[in-house]
Write a protein that binds this ligand. Structure first.
Ligand SMILES: Cc1cc2nc3c(=O)[nH]c(=O)nc-3n(C[C@H](O)[C@H](O)[C@H](O)COP(=O)(O)O)c2cc1C
Length: 164
């Protein structure tokens, strides 16, 4: 089953975390996962993906404008409706608004008709509330959380879509 992790990055933190999510996804049997910058998306691969995750740096306690523009203008052609969606963020400050950036993406995904999921508390600790957020400059401390998130999202997608 194909799965995609899309991201925008200016200084590389969000790409690094996207790669950890991919690492977690491919731990699940039969999953082929790839990460793409939003300006270099393999559209066929994303269209074939059952799970699509989108990540952003936090800018002024929200998504980067580039991500909002991409959602407004490019996402629709990828046929995201009905796919499992999730979101992540990177930020410089613990209360810098990463959750708000994630929430904004999840709301957009719902409007597009995606099924949104984070795992929440269903797997026990670590509880991932809306999606994972990492502090820029501390990536190594967050690698395990992002890998776990990828594995949990992939497992839910397999549960939902393996029969179809
Ligand atoms: C224009 C701008 C606004 C930012 N606003 C915030 C913010 O509101 N809260 C925060 O915690 N970090 C903020 N940051 C820091 C970035 O979110 C953080 O460095 C992020 O990890 C960068 O991601 P990237 O390396 O993928 O580009 C801001 C950075 C820039 C350039």
């Amino acid at each position: 089953m194909k799965m995609s992790v899309l991201y925008y990055t200016r200084t590389g933190h969000s790409r690094q975390m996207a790669e950890q999510i991919v690492r977690g996804m491919v731990e699940q049997p039969g999953v082929e996962a790839r990460a793409f910058s939003i300006d270099q998306v393999d559209e066929d691969f994303v269209r074939d993906s059952r799970c699509v995750i989108l990540g952003t740096p936090t800018y002024f306690a929200s998504t980067a404008a580039e991500v909002k523009t991409w959602l407004d203008t490019s996402a629709k052609k990828l046929g995201l409706a009905g796919k499992l969606g999730g979101a992540f963020a990177t930020e410089d400050y613990l209360h810098g608004g990463g959750d708000l950036a994630i929430q904004s993406i999840l709301v957009h995904m719902m409007v597009l008709g995606m099924l949104v999921y984070s795992g929440g508390g269903s797997f026990g600790p670590p509880v991932i509330h809306l999606g994972p957020a990492a502090l820029g400059g501390h990536e190594a401390e967050y690698e395990e959380l992002f890998r776990l998130y990828g594995s949990r999202m992939a497992s839910k997608a397999l549960e939902l879509f393996s029969q179809s």
